[in-house]
Design a protein around this ligand. Structure first.
Ligand SMILES: NC(=O)c1ccc[n+]([C@@H]2O[C@H](COP(=O)([O-])OP(=O)(O)OC[C@H]3O[C@@H](n4cnc5c(N)ncnc54)[C@H](O)[C@@H]3O)[C@@H](O)[C@H]2O)c1
Ligand SMILES: [Zn+2]
Length: 385
């Protein structure tokens, strides 16, 4: 039988992303010796009467997740629970959940016994199209997001689209945001193909989602395989993330990661237009046809100064200025490291005020929403690492 998979080459160890059309793989994983399952509580509750029924209850850890639990303390609690099962070094750790479950359990897998076999089953669209490959594990520390981490890929990843049926619309569109980013990064043809598929993506059409997921993973693969440790070209994957991460931090995660990235791409494109590397026509096309239609989140109140301060604390800043990845007219990306706080503030303020007059859509096919308030507060000490 031909297995539908993508192989990712890694300096640590090559690994496969396997596309599963049926749930038998879960039974096979359950039969592995020395296995322990760690499952996101929400995912378990939604699927325990279905495909997750086969998981062995005596080797199951249910994990309550949230961004503020992506910490070393949760990792220590997991070490304790895992050791109660008296595992050996040849343990198989299998985690089932979204990006947070991946980050925390990946860190556990990479550090316990200096590394145990780890298998990941991503259950959110964001984790299926983006985070599952690339080998990064991350923990937050105080207000610093993703400050602590390791490079440690799972030995295998199983993508089973059925999990997506239970995803909330907000979490689904967080994944669509990352999907849009990767398609834009791959050029005009992919951007147009994504626009064409958007109505079916919105309907969660599995054929279209799988086609787009494969494309996303192949695009990300092309960036990570030659720069796994993120010292050069992989940095460009940060398109949308420079403003995006800062907005996540400054709003205390009042917006999902992928939706913040959509806002981040809009803002980066505005600056690219301002400095003359992206034409007004292309900026408008990408914003109106790709980004605004998928911005479905209620945008929380954004404090401009706090956001700029968070940008200043991004670990991607290596120079004196702020780092920003921008799109150019030929759909290539460029990273600058000398964006000034003043210019970043101008872009953010002007976008926010223009959107108070021109509400962006909250639903792909109708509805209205807007970036509601801008208030300038004193710096609050929120940091982004
Ligand atoms: N390691 C990496 O390379 C990498 C890359 C990108 C993002 N991330 C991290 O990933 C996190 C975001 O990931 P995410 O968007 O997957 O979020 P998540 O893991 O928080 O999941 C989002 C929500 O969906 C729920 N959920 C998960 N699967 C579900 C399903 N099938 N049905 C119903 N509900 C489900 C979760 O319980 C949670 O409430 C962030 O912490 C981000 O920093 C990591
Ligand atoms: Zn991201």
């Amino acid at each position: 039988m031909c297995v539908d998979k993508i192989t990712i080459k890694s300096n640590i160890k090559n690994y496969n992303v396997v596309f599963e059309s049926e749930d038998n793989f879960l039974k096979e994983l359950s039969n592995l010796e020395n296995s322990i399952f760690i499952v996101d509580e929400n995912v378990y509750n939604l699927h325990k009467g279905g495909c997750l029924d086969v998981l062995p209850k005596e080797r199951l850890i249910i994990l309550k997740i949230s961004e503020d639990k992506k910490t070393i303390q949760t990792v220590c609690e997991l070490y304790e629970m895992i050791m109660k099962f008296a595992p050996r070094k040849n343990l198989n750790l299998i985690s089932i959940g979204g990006g947070i479950t991946q980050d925390v359990t990946g860190f556990v897998a990479s550090t316990l016994y200096r590394g145990v076999n780890w298998i990941f089953v991503p259950t959110t669209l964001l984790a299926q199209v983006d985070s599952c490959i690339g080998a990064k594990t991350s923990l937050n520390f105080n207000h610093y997001k993703n400050l602590v981490g390791t490079f440690y890929p799972p030995s295998e990843i199983h993508i089973y689209p059925e999990f997506l049926r239970t995803l909330s619309r907000g979490d689904f569109y967080s994944g669509v945001g990352e999907m849009a980013k990767l398609h834009i990064m791959n050029g005009e043809n992919d951007t147009k193909a994504f626009i064409e598929d958007l109505p079916l993506i919105d309907k969660c059409d599995f054929d279209v989602l799988l086609k787009r997921t494969r494309n996303c993973l192949n695009i990300k693969k092309s960036y990570i395989e030659n720069d796994e440790f993120d010292t050069g070209r992989r940095n460009l994957l940060n398109y949308g993330h420079c403003f995006g991460h800062a907005i996540e931090s400054s709003t205390d995660f009042g917006i999902s990661h992928g939706q913040a990235v959509v806002l981040g791409m809009i803002l980066a494109n505005k600056y690219a237009k301002q400095i003359g590397i992206l034409s007004a026509e292309n900026e408008k096309f990408v914003r109106e046809k790709v980004l605004e239609p998928i911005l479905v989140a209620q945008i929380p109140e954004i404090d401009v100064e706090k956001t700029i301060k968070a940008m200043g604390q991004d670990k991607k800043n290596l120079g004196k200025g702020l780092a920003l990845v921008m799109l150019k007219d030929n759909y290539e990306l460029v990273k600058i490291t000398d964006l000034t706080e003043k210019n970043a503030g101008v872009i953010l303020k002007s976008y926010m005020s223009s959107n108070c007059q021109n509400p962006c859509r909250t639903d792909v096919f109708g509805g209205g929403g807007l970036l509601e308030y801008i208030k300038l507060f004193l710096f609050s000490g929120v940091r982004y690492a």
